[in-house]
Design a protein around this ligand. Structure first.
Ligand code: AMP
Ligand code: MG
Length: 395
């Protein structure tokens, strides 16, 4: 059996990033991966400016009972004149500091006396002034290629003067779901049938990481149907992701079909849930076969498919973030494989969903993360455990 790290390493080293990037306006670039670094066209702030509503002053002129005339008013977006000696300038947040001023006094530290003001506290040199270029400077590389664009990165690009960004094209992922027992929700169930839940889960997971999903639907458990679905998928997609049919039962045809059309590696990964992982290729199209059990499919997707797809999209995949927390549960009997249990945090402790079956979707919907339990390790109440929030698995 392979360790998770070994399997992931092999997957990532086979991931060829997509070529032919495209230019998009910021409003359409959310979730996309930057193809070329973002280099700023401007310095931000462009000029020294006020961090407060208040008065621009010369520190050396300060005395406790001195009265200052207000020689000018400088709102944001306007350049003031040089500060007249023995005066202050009324100034607003974001407005450029006038020549000659060396501090901003916040208005709360001033008292009005008719047309003049008194400053009740000695100003410090440079106080409440945001310096030109202190955020970033013209020509600075702000984001490297491979960065995923979220709200903050798009805001940064706008602040740097970029109206369009060069991003990698979305991956085309063909999906299908094997199993004679599968029915679409909304249809009536016959005896022995179940609703296809992997379709909903995997489609949502793929959309979340920015893939373009080509849904080829349910595929019966026959070799002919499986071969035909794989051929269609390979003709239209960068990657094929399937669920089910990759175990060793005689109803599992994915393995045979793939070996006929291309090549396939079947890996046994030392983890629970989700031991089998199928990785292969038909022509230029990669293939990832997830287990059929809904929880296994989800966990295997998060641990393997997600980083693989991200690497294919040109993104630098991030390592999983785990937090060390106190266990609010006991698991006296250790397993012989590394185990990912559905968990959440309550009162600062990690607690488990009672049903940890790899078929129990209720556990996933309840959970907010996974607790990562090493093989051969019994857990007592109060032990330290590694908790991986879904937020880090799904970003
Ligand atoms: P398999 O990997 O095909 O042997 O399936 C393992 C288990 O997962 C079986 O109980 C299947 O009924 C179930 N399963 C397979 N595919 C799906 C699906 N798309 N949605 C819900 N359950 C599934
Ligand atoms: Mg099956």
């Amino acid at each position: 059996m392979l360790s998770i790290e070994e399997a992931l390493q092999t997957l990532l080293s086979a991931a060829q990033p997509v070529t032919n990037p495209e230019w998009l306006p910021l409003a359409l670039a959310q979730g996309r991966i930057l193809a070329t670094p973002l280099i700023s066209r401007v310095s931000v702030p462009p000029l020294d400016n006020s961090a407060m509503d208040g008065y621009a002053v010369r520190c050396a002129e300060w005395a406790e009972d001195r009265l200052y005339p207000i020689s000018q008013r400088i709102p944001a977006g306007h350049i003031g004149a040089e500060l007249a000696p023995a005066s202050v300038a009324r100034i607003f947040t974001g407005a450029p500091v006038p020549l000659g001023a060396d501090a901003i006094v916040m208005q709360e530290d001033c008292v009005a006396a008719g047309e003049q003001i008194r400053i009740v506290r000695r100003p410090r040199l440079g106080e409440h002034i945001r310096r030109a270029g202190e955020d970033f400077t013209e020509g600075q590389t702000l984001l490297s290629a491979g960065t995923r664009l979220g709200p903050a990165q798009l805001g940064l690009a706008a602040a740097a003067g970029a109206a369009i960004l060069q991003v990698t094209r979305p991956l085309k992922v063909a999906v299908f779901f094997t199993g004679d027992e599968l029915k679409a929700p909304g249809e009536a169930l016959g005896p022995g049938q179940i609703y296809n839940s992997n379709r909903a889960t995997l489609t949502a997971l793929l959309h979340q990481i920015g893939c373009h999903v080509i849904d080829l639907g349910d595929v019966p458990d026959t070799l002919t149907a499986t071969v035909s679905a794989l051929e269609q998928a390979a003709a239209c997609a960068d990657i094929i992701v399937t669920s089910g049919g990759v175990s060793v039962g005689e109803e599992d045809h994915v393995k045979t079909a793939l070996t006929q059309l291309g090549r396939l590696d079947m890996w046994k990964v030392a983890m629970k849930p989700g031991k089998p992982l199928a990785f292969g290729r038909i022509g230029a199209t990669d293939f990832l076969g997830l287990p059929g059990n809904p929880v296994s499919a989800f966990v295997v997707f998060c641990l393997f498919a997600r980083p693989f797809l991200q690497a294919r999209m040109g993104m630098t995949p991030k390592a999983l973030t785990a937090f060390t927390l106190t266990s609010g549960f006991a698991k006296p009997t250790p397993g012989n494989r590394r185990e990912f249990m559905r968990a959440r945090i309550e009162n600062g402790q990690v607690i488990l969903y009672p049903n940890q079956s790899s078929g129990a979707l209720s556990s996933l919907a309840w959970a907010e993360g996974l607790v990562d339990i090493p093989a051969d390790t019994p857990i007592k109440h109060g032990d330290l455990v590694q908790y991986i929030p879904f937020a880090s698995l799904l970003s």
